[in-house]
Design a protein around this ligand. Structure first.
Ligand SMILES: [Fe+2]
Ligand SMILES: [Fe+2]
Length: 274
């Protein structure tokens, strides 16, 4: 059973790329559940009602969170009330929203989806390793198919958590750095893994932002407002083939596709197999 995870969706170009990718994948592959990282969907940070609706209408089932998920004031009530929106689970008790949920795929299969945040160069959260020890047994009572979005800066922390959770979850995809890593793999005990899924957003940008503003900050060291870059939208993410009910991962297939690539029939041949 394929599940699809889209890396951090950044602003309008990201939403456009995600929607376009989803509309085209529908014809070539049966995807049971679609998850996307939603921390950057509205103008590059946070979320709003129309931007959330746009992604749900396009076929996203669950939005995972990250350090920016609360950035838009009007989006906080969505994090608090909409069960399809997650924020990192390992934040202190009392923080708005929820960090994990059980969602039904199109086949009726239940999936646990967990949003976790790292602490190296990030700060903020409680220990993601101990959070997993404490809560995974409860999630696994509902389903063996468990997906984790690990939103973290450091490759080492992502890889360490993946090895720690190998065989206890079906798949782990890293997010937050917005650049896809070339290490998609099956871990020895059956967990699918990639250090970073990449982003859906404008190509030619600096992790989604207009390079001019970013360069100004690097060169002059003055506060600068970052704007989402213009430029051709591209979609990045990863497919995981998961066997219910145990939740073992069979295949991991990352993709990174430009808008032009999405229009080419050739592109889709690699996705249309069994
Ligand atoms: Fe992000
Ligand atoms: Fe982030």
């Amino acid at each position: 059973m394929w599940i699809l995870f889209l890396g951090d969706v950044v602003g309008k170009p990201g939403r456009k790329a995600a929607s376009e990718f989803l509309s085209r994948v529908r014809g070539v592959r049966d995807v049971d559940l679609v998850i996307a990282n939603g921390e950057n969907i509205a103008g590059g940070t946070g979320l709003t009602e129309p931007t959330v609706r746009e992604l749900f209408d396009a076929g996203v089932d669950v939005l995972t969170g990250g350090n920016h998920v609360w950035d838009k004031k009007e989006g906080v009530h969505l994090v608090r009330t909409d069960e399809r929106i997650l924020r990192p689970a390992n934040y202190p008790p009392g923080v708005d929203g929820r960090g994990w949920g059980i969602y039904r795929g199109r086949s009726g299969t239940p999936y646990g989806v967990v949003s976790l945040a790292g602490r190296v160069f990030m700060g903020g959260g409680d220990c993601p390793f101990r959070w997993a020890d404490a809560f995974l047994p409860e999630i696994r009572k509902a389903t063996g198919c468990v997906f984790v979005d690990f939103h973290a800066e450091a490759t080492s922390e992502k890889r360490a958590l993946a090895i720690y959770l190998d065989g206890r979850v079906s798949a782990i995809a890293g997010t937050h750095t917005h650049v896809q890593t070339a290490d998609a793999q099956l871990l020895p005990k059956g967990t699918g893994y990639i250090t970073d899924a990449g982003m859906c957003g404008p190509a030619g940008s600096v992790i989604g932002m207009d390079p001019q503003g970013v360069l100004r900050r690097f060169l002059l060291q003055v506060p600068t407002r970052f704007e989402v870059a213009a430029g051709e939208p591209e979609a990045s993410g990863v497919f995981f083939d998961i066997d219910p009910p145990e939740g073992t991962c069979r295949r991991v297939q990352p993709f990174r596709m430009s808008e032009t690539g999405m229009r080419s029939k050739e592109t889709w041949k690699t996705f249309s197999g069994p």
